[in-house]
Design a protein around this ligand. Sequence first.
Ligand code: MN
Length: 250
Amino acid sequence: MNFIDTHCHLDLYPDYAVLIDKIEKEQIYTIAVTNTPSVFRQSAKLAAGKNYIRTALGLHPQLVAERYRELDLMISLLSETKYIGEIGLDFTKDNKEQQLLQEKVFDTILQSCAEYGNKILTVHSRRATSRVIDMIGNSYNGTVIMHWFSGSKNELERAVSYGFYFSINPSMISGAKGRELINSIPLDKILTESDGPFVKVNANPASPLDTQKTVIKLAELFKFDNVQMKSKIYQNFRSIYSKLGVIAIQ
Ligand code: MN
């Protein structure tokens, strides 16, 4: 039974080589998301031959205005990985033109992934939760992991009814509002993430090595013991793969 980090920006740590060694030693399954298609192959090289790290292909919504020309590259690289992220929408900036561009890019990525089927998506949805849920829909033929979900209770219920998973990071679980929301997520849809190095733990960048602390806080919240909670999250992660019809995490 291992710890799981389904959303970590491994390529953005200055000391990534040291971190990768520690992740391998601690055997923490880590989905290494990327923010632009042009860094995917380089980032994938960091994880080459590693047992616990899988590199995701992404186009971060906050970079879409600047990098939308990389969409074709993104589509052409889809055959190289089943992990897709960071993708999604971010409507923090009240800019209609950029929001429409983000939707167009996200829609193209979703459609293209659907042509393959069985992709594992790690999805950003800040200030755009309903739109993200609408665009993915109720019958998407892949696994959807909502990263750092910050929507309303109603939106959460809808995402749950669509079968989405939720990855919880140290920041999300540190506030009362976040904890209340997390408490409404069915146990079998809970995963863990660091979102490092963006999320900080005690002023230091969070990393997959912090997952144990998040699991302990989740255990408190769900009134489980730590081992049961860890086991539950591990089973949830494994369930994604059994749905894909593969036995091993690959
Ligand atoms: Mn992120």
